[in-house]
Write a protein that binds this ligand. Structure first.
Ligand SMILES: C[S@@+](CC[C@H](N)C(=O)[O-])C[C@H]1O[C@@H](n2cnc3c(N)ncnc32)[C@H](O)[C@@H]1O
Length: 292
């Protein structure tokens, strides 16, 4: 439990993760019926970019800042951003405190809380006591949001299926257990799918060595879910176990046309997030069911 997201908030991995999250929330809102959002690893909800933690790494400068100020980046400034990215950035800049520029980076709980409707709900799990306290404080006046200071994997048993019978589970662990984390995720997903087979599940993962991710992808291909979308962005070759070379999201039971919604966004963010070489992106179906 040493991980603190404050050091990484708004970095290139958050840009991918939260763009996908934003597209998922938009897709769920296409229907009027309420939905539930369940965040198994919520973090503290909002991060000051002038904090000692964020200042120490400056990771957001090679992440969200590149999208907000594309002209400052060598590969950027090649035209307007696609509408999904523009809407996502506008939502970040609408967060109170960001009126005069990017000062705060909202985490998944706040991004979702700012997007959902009066009838939707959010269940946020966070195991670290200090992060959970901040989260509770952030949402103390929001009756739609419920904070649980507990293990998010274990909480799924109690939280699924949600009362709304539709919605999204975000699984965004810190991978302190390295490759063993994937096995924990697989077990959690197996049980979750038994309780709620129609839920949408989005899992974020780091890419260091490609071989570390492949067993998880193979597991997904045999887990019984008929639509699994994969979105990845690599800023370095996937050949070093020591650094974060890229990251990915897999989306189980992905909403129809989510791939279409994301394609232009990934294409546009890749050159802006490039480091020593041009970033690579991938958007494909690990499992795809033909539409009847
Ligand atoms: C990557 S951060 C989450 C970031 C957040 N989802 C976002 O997008 O803004 C992971 C968080 O999970 C918490 N955590 C670690 N293990 C946990 C567990 N088993 N259950 C719930 N939270 C956990 C950590 O304290 C950390 O705050």
């Amino acid at each position: 439990m040493n991980y603190r997201h404050a050091y990484h908030a708004g970095n290139f991995a958050d840009v991918l993760k939260h763009t996908v999250l934003f597209a998922l929330i938009e897709a769920l809102q296409a229907k009027a019926t309420p939905f539930a959002f369940i965040d198994t690893h919520a973090g503290s909800g909002c991060y000051a970019l002038d904090s000692a933690e964020a200042g120490k790494t400056g990771e957001y400068k090679d992440g969200i800042a590149r999208l907000l100020f594309p002209d400052l980046h060598a590969a950027g400034g090649s035209g307007p951003l696609p509408p999904l990215l523009r809407r996502w950035l506008d939502a970040i800049l609408r967060v109170p405190g960001n009126e005069h520029g990017l000062k705060l980076y909202p985490g998944s709980p706040l991004q979702v809380a700012n997007a959902i409707r009066e009838t939707d709900s959010a269940q946020l799990c966070e195991l670290h006591p200090e992060e959970a306290t901040r989260l509770r404080e952030l949402f103390r006046h929001d009756h739609r949001v419920h904070v649980h200071e507990r293990n998010g994997y274990e909480a799924l048993k109690a939280l699924l299926p949600p009362r709304e019978k539709r919605g999204l589970v975000l699984i965004d662990p810190p991978y302190e257990a390295q490759e063993a984390e994937y096995r924990v995720i697989e077990r959690a997903l197996k049980l979750a799918l038994q309780r709620w087979p129609t839920g949408v599940y989005a899992v974020w993962y780091p890419i260091k060595l490609r071989s570390q991710v492949q067993p998880f992808h193979r597991w997904l291909q045999h887990c019984g879910v008929r639509r699994v979308l994969r979105a990845e962005l690599l800023v370095h070759p996937d050949d070093s176990p020591l650094r974060l070379n890229g990251s990915g999201m897999v989306i189980l039971n992905a909403p129809w046309k989510l791939d279409d919604a994301l394609r232009d966004a990934l294409r546009a963010m890749a050159p802006l997030l490039s480091q020593e070489r041009r970033a690579e992106w991938r958007l494909d179906w690990l499992v795809e069911e033909a539409r009847a």
